[in-house]
Design a protein around this ligand. Structure first.
Ligand SMILES: Cc1cc2nc3c(=O)[nH]c(=O)nc-3n(C[C@H](O)[C@H](O)[C@H](O)COP(=O)(O)O)c2cc1C
Length: 339
């Protein structure tokens, strides 16, 4: 799949998830084969005012390629300026958030509130394309008001403004993340635009990925919550993970030579590896420690650990132990005890 002139490694994309799509977790998703990763949403205004929080959100690792940055904003001038920021240089694609349902964001006319005025979307995209001089994508919901879909119109205006792809999470703003994603709307968008359409919402395994392709004829698939605690979902989707004869989850190492750095088997190329959750958690911590203080790493990892714990026998005990974690060494003790 190609977005503008950017060739993705495959059609499976790891979604922007505020609080979870940190550089450490994204690097695990890349290792397991995600075709593209996206940062969590970063305020265009914040970037323009040199908000120090933006910098850590924009951290990337060497193996993470291609990679997109997601901006949010509702002012074409702010988006134009932000997309020229030198900190964004390393990103292959700029995505604009038009789906965030949170009041703090929508009350400024940003996120999903942009879907109330489809025509204006073209202006925002155009400004970002002109500023960023690289492919721009847009992430949409079904619409702002419940049961009043504007997504097809919004996607058409995004294309007119110069968008190179659209991602559709077909829930209304009011639904936040509840109820079901209505994939039929993704199919309607696919019929209305010529640019690639990426399906998102309730895709959690091979069966749902196959089903969404059948229903929508989409070009790409974006996974959010299905990847939390399970970055190897990308290997599963790519047919590169399997259970061996003693019940261990294994990663096939049959990537081409020039892709070895993404499959985690570069030291021992050609040999399948056990997918080791504890090693992955420690790897995520190591990556994060390059960019954040120990306290911030510990806080970040507490939420991730709850998801990683879903794969082990005692998730409740992990959640309870995490409540008392204050430092990185507290966190490492919990990891040693349970994983
Ligand atoms: C906690 C949380 C934070 C999210 N943050 C973002 C974000 O920063 N930008 C964005 O475009 N979508 C965000 N999303 C939406 C997801 O990217 C995705 O569209 C949604 O979860 C549906 O996909 P899923 O069913 O695969 O989870 C967030 C979702 C959750 C649950």
């Amino acid at each position: 799949m190609k977005i503008g002139n950017v060739q993705l490694k495959n059609e499976y994309i790891f979604a922007p998830i505020a609080g979870y799509s940190d550089v450490g977790f994204r690097s695990l998703c890349s290792k397991y084969g995600a075709g593209l990763t996206v940062t969590e949403m970063v305020s265009a205004k914040g970037l323009n005012f040199n908000n120090p929080n933006s910098e850590v959100l924009l951290a990337t690792t060497k193996g993470e390629s291609p990679v997109a940055v997601q901006l949010f904003g509702s002012d074409p001038e702010q988006l134009f300026k932000a997309s020229q920021n030198p900190l964004l240089k390393k990103f292959d694609i700029i995505d604009i958030n038009m789906g965030c349902p949170v009041r703090k964001v929508t009350s400024n006319g940003e996120g999903s509130a942009l879907m109330k005025n489809p025509k204006f979307i073209a202006e925002l995209v155009q400004a970002t394309v002109e500023g960023g001089k690289r492919p721009v994508t847009v992430k949409l919901r079904s619409g702002f008001d419940l049961n009043k879909p504007t997504v097809v119109e919004c996607a058409v205006w995004a294309q007119k403004g110069g968008a190179s792809a659209v991602t559709i999470h077909p829930r209304f703003r009011e639904q936040f993340y509840s109820g079901y994603a209505d994939w039929s709307l993704i199919g309607e968008v696919k019929n209305a635009v010529d640019i690639p359409v990426i399906a998102n919402g309730d895709i959690v395994d091979f069966a749902s990925a196959k089903a969404v392709k059948q229903v929508t004829n989409c070009d790409g698939i974006m996974i959010a919550r299905g990847a939390l605690g399970k970055p190897y979902i990308f290997a599963e989707l790519l047919g590169k993970a399997y259970i061996n004869d003693v019940g261990k989850l294994m990663l096939k190492c049959e990537f081409r030579d020039d892709e070895t750095e993404y499959c985690g088997c570069e030291d021992d190329f050609g040999k399948d590896k056990v997918i080791d959750i504890k090693a992955d958690i420690l790897e995520q911590i190591e990556v994060l420690s390059n960019f954040m203080s120990e306290r911030v790493v510990a806080n970040n990892m507490k939420m991730h650990l709850c998801y990683f714990a879903k794969n082990i026998a005692t998730p409740k005990a992990v959640r309870q132990s995490i409540t008392t974690v204050k430092t990185l060494s507290d966190l490492l003790k919990v990891i040693d005890e349970f994983f």
